[in-house]
Every structure is written in structure tokens, then in C-alpha cells.
Design a protein around this ligand. Structure first.
Ligand SMILES: Cc1cc2nc3c(=O)[nH]c(=O)nc-3n(C[C@H](O)[C@H](O)[C@H](O)COP(=O)(O)OP(=O)(O)OC[C@H]3O[C@@H](n4cnc5c(N)ncnc54)[C@H](O)[C@@H]3O)c2cc1C
Length: 375
């Protein structure tokens, strides 16, 4: 019988194995860490310099649970652990931590060095009898004393995180909070394609939530950190309000009457054209009050129907309810001996190294729990 079986050799599963090499990993893709090598644009933004208090404020989900997890293994602990694996940190803007040398593949290799045993296979269900878990795979069964679910969420399913962990946990009696894309680019019903490629700072509002920060106009809508961070809210609403510029009327009135609107505004002319069409080429001095108001409305309260683009999502909102997991050990409160880590949990954070930090912290907590001998 296997002592500890980790289902899923992604970020959380590999990080756990780097503390607990005697564990066996069951990985459906055979090759571990397929998502990990894509992270941070291939450079792996593996944590953030923010402390646990600041970090936990930024996550969505059960705050008390998130705090317990992030205090148990902080970003400093993650950085130190990676140093022991030969990965030195380099801090970039917004506290993002990347490897000083190397890339995401070198982070994966560093973690893999500690892994002793990987079995290729897909878990489809788990049964528990008195002494052991029976893990049913597509082609066979495994028996294990303890099982860790590290199957990830449902973003980038071609990397292996296809959401199958939810069904396994649900069948064992866990509550699955409905899932939706998070950290996703946004498709808009309004066509801004004329302004494709323009980057700027904007305020984005969805329902009661707002984000201010960098966005980039894409062929289908918007992307960039502020768009990714607000995308999760589109599970509750299908409308977004974008403030591209606050001061359009003032700018227009103060500008030379002979200048065209697109040359008088502080935002790029190509974006002004995309937003207000032919009004962009009018002289500022010739605008009626109604036209000025129309321009300000489009620039400050641009409303469009919007949808998170599932295929581009980097994270998942929802998942297994955190209230059913003991944050001290990450052991299920419903099935003793079953541990749960990473994206599969109903917790999601912003861009900037937060998602991996959470996955790593949950994995560390499990490694600590597994190290305590049974009495
Ligand atoms: C393009 C992209 C870029 C990202 N960049 C960053 C970044 O720079 N910084 C950051 O903090 N976060 C980033 N993230 C998010 C981060 O990758 C995830 O938060 C992290 O990988 C979650 O780790 P995990 O172990 O929970 O899941 P995953 O890493 O998704 O691993 C889950 C593993 O489980 C396996 N599996 C699933 N179901 C089964 C099953 N039934 N049986 C057997 N195996 C199974 C999968 O094949 C997979 O290998 C990015 C995500 C994407 C998609």
C-alpha cells in the first residue's frame, strides 16, 4: 500500500513532494508541472514580496482560512525554500518575485529533483474503507493510507487541470462552490478593435467592485492586470463600466478651440476614435453641450456587455468549500486522512504571484501535517 498519494503533479503537488519526497504522485499527464512552466509568461512569478496580512486582504474567499494559510508559510518562507532548491529570487515591480536566473522550466526542474515516484494515471473516484483509500483510475486502482488532492482548478484544461478534482471531492461529500473563470481577459460586446494594442490606466467597475490599473485593448475587448483582476466578478453581472478618462469636458473646454477632440484629450487618438467615432475629428470649439456630454459619457462611463474569456482564464473562482478544510493541516473535515491543496479550493487571488503563493502555502501545511507521526 502507498503511504501518501498526491493526486496531481502541478504546482502544489510538486511543492509538497519537495518537502515530502517519500510521497507518490499520480499525474494524469505523466509529465508534471505543465501549467507551472507557462506561469509568468514562461518566467514564473512564484511569489510576491507582500506580507501575509497584505496578501490575505487581496484574496477572495474565506478570509479567516486564507489568513491562517498565508501566515503558516509566508512569501519569505517560499523564497527561502526555493533558495534551498537553487532558485535565487529577483524582485520586480509590484513586489513580484521571479527566479533571478532561469525560467519557469527551471523552477519545475528544481522541484522535480526531489520527487521520487510518479505514476501516470487519471483518478476518477475515491473510496475510503477502514484503513485505506482506494483510488479508482481510468485503468486500474491504487491503495493508499493518505491521499492529497492537488488537482488544480479548471483553467487551461489542456495542462491537465480539467476540473476532475471537483467531482471526486463532491462524491466524497464535499460542497463545491460553483466555479467560474478568474484572472481572465474580458470580451466586450462593444467593438474597440480599432484601438487594439493600446495600453493605459483605467478604472473598471463590475457591480459593486472596482479596479484601477493597467489595461490593454485587445481585438475582443480588454486584458492587462486590472481587467484580469475584475474578470471574476463577471460571474455575477454581464456589464462593465470603464472610465478611460475623468476630465474630458474640462480638457475640451481648456483646449484650443481649433484642435480636434482626439488631439485635445489625454488618451491616445486611436482610442478616442474607437470610443466616439466621427466626433473625434470635430474641433473642440464647435461642440454643442450635448455633444460634450456625450463625449464625456463615452470616456468616463463607457458601458458594455462583457464576459470573462474562459479559454484565457488563469485561475478559477469557486471550488471546494474552505469551511470543510482544517487550515492547520489542510485535512478534510469530512474525510479524515484526505488532504486538499491549491487551486481546487474556493480561494482566488489577483495577478502578481499570489495564486502560486497560496498553492505553495497549502502544500507546505500538508507536508508539516504528514510529518507528525500517527499515535
Ligand atoms: C498561463 C498561466 C500563467 C500563470 N502565471 C502565474 C504566475 O506567474 N504566478 C502565479 O502565482 N500564478 C500563476 N498562474 C496560476 C498558477 O499556475 C496556479 O495557481 C497553480 O498552478 C495552481 O497549482 P495547483 O497545483 O493547484 O494546480 P495545477 O498546477 O493546475 O496542477 C494540477 C495538476 O493535477 C493534475 N490532475 C488534475 N486532475 C487529475 C486527476 N483526476 N488525476 C490525476 N492528475 C490530475 C493535472 O494534470 C495537473 O498537473 C498562472 C496560470 C496560468 C494558466
Amino acid at each position: 500500500m502507498i503511504d501518501t498519494l498526491i493526486i496531481g503533479g502541478g504546482a502544489a503537488g510538486l511543492y509538497l513532494a519537495s518537502f515530502h519526497p517519500e510521497a507518490t504522485i499520480l499525474e494524469q499527464r505523466g509529465e508534471c508541472g505543465q501549467k507551472l512552466i507557462l506561469t509568468g509568461g514562461g518566467r514564473c512569478n512564484y511569489t510576491n514580496a507582500a506580507g501575509p496580512e497584505e496578501m490575505s486582504e487581496l484574496f477572495h474567499g474565506n478570509k479567516a482560512f486564507i489568513k491562517r494559510v498565508l501566515y503558516a508559510h509566508t512569501s519569505m518562507d517560499i523564497i527561502e525554500h526555493f533558495k534551498t532548491l537553487g532558485i535565487q529570487p529577483s524582485e520586480e515591480e509590484m513586489g513580484k518575485i521571479f527566479p533571478l536566473r532561469g525560467d519557469a522550466a527551471s523552477v519545475r526542474s528544481a522541484l522535480l529533483k526531489r520527487v521520487h515516484r510518479i505514476i501516470k494515471g487519471k483518478a476518477v473516484s475515491i473510496e475510503k474503507n477502514d484503513d485505506a483509500f482506494i483510488v479508482h483510475m481510468e485503468n486500474g486502482t491504487l491503495e493508499a493510507r493518505r491521499v492529497v488532492i492537488a488537482t488544480g482548478g479548471e483553467s487551461f484544461p489542456h495542462t491537465g487541470s480539467d476540473g476532475s478534482g471537483y467531482a471526486i471531492l463532491k462524491a466524497l461529500g464535499h460542497t463545491i462552490v460553483p466555479t467560474a473563470p478568474a484572472l481572465a481577459p474580458i470580451a466586450l460586446s462593444s467593438n474597440l478593435a480599432k484601438a487594439e494594442g493600446i495600453s493605459l490606466k483605467a478604472r473598471l467597475g463590475v457591480g459593486k467592485r472596482a479596479e484601477y490599473g493597467d489595461i490593454i485593448i485587445t481585438r475582443r475587448g480588454i486584458s492587462g492586470p486590472a481587467a484580469l483582476n475584475i474578470s471574476r466578478e463577471l460571474a455575477d453581472s454581464n456589464e462593465i463600466e470603464i472610465t478611460f478618462s475623468e476630465a474630458s469636458i474640462k480638457e475640451l473646454r481648456e483646449s484650443m478651440g481649433a484642435r480636434t477632440v482626439k488631439n485635445a484629450l489625454a488618451i491616445p487618438p486611436r482610442l478616442t476614435e474607437a470610443l466616439i467615432g466621427s466626433l473625434a475629428d470635430r474641433k473642440c470649439g464647435n461642440l454643442s453641450r450635448k455633444e460634450e456630454e456625450e463625449i464625456q459619457g463615452r470616456l468616463s462611463h463607457f458601458r458594455s456587455r462583457a464576459k470573462a474569456i474562459r479559454e484565457g482564464a488563469m485561475n478559477t473562482r469557486g471550488g471546494v468549500s474552505a469551511s470543510e478544510i482544517n487550515p492547520k493541516t489542510m485535512e478534510s473535515k469530512i474525510v479524515p486522512g484526505l488532504y486538499i491543496s491549491g487551486d481546487v479550493i474556493d480561494v482566488d487571488g489577483p495577478t502578481g504571484g499570489y495564486s502560486l503563493s497560496f498553492a505553495f502555502a497549502t502544500a507546505f501545511i500538508i507536508s508539516r501535517a504528514l510529518a507528525v507521526p500517527d499515535v
